[in-house]
Design a protein around this ligand. Structure first.
Ligand code: UTP
Length: 303
């Protein structure tokens, strides 16, 4: 008898309940995931990425300002009627595009007790199947698809799959960090240990955990057993390290070399907007001309 094929990955969890303190006061009444990157909120890029990787059921973990998130993916009949009456078909199409992207569900994380706690809030919805996690403020350029490759690695190896990116060793203390062993695939490594925000000089590598995961449902038990860690928050990285320590399931990682923007960081947020605006067909030509002039004529020259 041939073993049963693993169920295809269907569900995505998108945590969007953080405090966004680095963006205050913009995030006082608006989730940081709703901040626009050119003319779409960051969260829309993330939901579109999940949909293009074939995920059909998306659970968003929301916090105190959940209204804006829910409204964005819901119909706005009044706005649609006004655009319709004006004959503004282009904008009407853009507004409607967000209504039916996927089956969207919402669950509230009562208190922002950390990313691990946010993922644990998804347990009743996810049930007993592998699921993807996409951080709502982490953008992966659609030209460099990552999630589909992670799903493939999960199908081949089982267990869980995370995404890693090489960073400047001086920056690794800002991330979860992985110790890894090579596999026969150049873009895949096996994770041997994980540490959240290692002390400078104590990082096992310069491979940083970025905001895409394909997780086994076994992570929920690990999360239930994980005490608050760094910053007093329940850390997903700590739960994955706990899962590794049981030896029951492997964790692999895809080493990502594409374009990624952490829109929760102000510098990266600005870089994402400039880069995406420069590349846009409708805005790029004018914006690039202005930017070139600004950089060459208006900015003081650095030494
Ligand atoms: P971050 O650590 O970047 O979010 O979490 P934060 O805590 O909002 O950031 P700052 O430092 O205060 O600016 C990564 C992702 O996990 C979500 C965030 O919304 C973000 O998408 N998150 C974080 C939750 O959903 N719940 C939490 O308790 C913490």
């Amino acid at each position: 008898m041939t073993p049963a094929q693993p169920a295809p990955l269907r569900k995505a969890v998108v945590p969007a309940a953080g405090m966004g303190t680095r963006f205050l006061p913009a995030t006082k009444a608006t989730p940081k995931e709703m901040l626009p990157v050119v003319d779409k909120p960051a969260i829309q890029y993330v939901v579109e990425e999940a949909v293009s990787a074939g995920l059909t059921d998306i659970l968003m973990i929301t916090g105190r300002n959940k209204r804006a998130l829910e409204d964005h993916f819901d119909r706005n009949q009044e706005l649609e009627r006004i655009l319709q009456d004006k004959g503004d078909q282009d904008r009407l199409r853009k507004v409607r595009a967000t209504n039916d992207l996927a089956a969207l569900h919402y669950v509230r994380q009562g208190e922002p007790k950390g990313l691990g706690h946010a993922v644990l809030c998804a347990a009743p919805h996810v049930g007993d199947e592998p699921f993807a996690v996409l951080l709502g403020d982490d953008l992966i350029d659609p030209r460099d698809p990552l999630l589909a490759r992670m799903a493939e690695v999960q199908r081949d190896h089982g267990g869980s799959v995370i995404a890693l990116m090489e960073v400047d060793p001086a920056q690794i203390h800002l991330y979860g960090c992985a110790e890894v062993a090579l596999t026969k695939d150049a873009d895949v490594v096996e994770v041997t240990s994980l540490v959240e925000k290692p002390q400078p000089g104590q990082a096992p590598s310069n491979l940083a955990v970025i905001g895409r995961y394909v997780l086994s449902p076994a992570v929920f038990d690990a999360l239930r057993d994980t005490p608050p860690g760094r910053g007093g928050e329940i850390q997903l990285t700590d739960a994955l390290e706990r899962l590794l320590a049981t030896g029951d399931e492997p964790i692999h990682a895809v080493v990502f070399k594409g374009r990624r923007y952490d829109t929760g960081d102000r510098g990266d947020y600005l870089r994402a907007i400039v880069r995406l605006a420069c590349e846009r067909e409708d805005l790029g030509a004018d914006f690039r001309t202005w930017l070139h002039q600004y950089v060459t004529q208006s900015l003081p020259h650095s030494p």
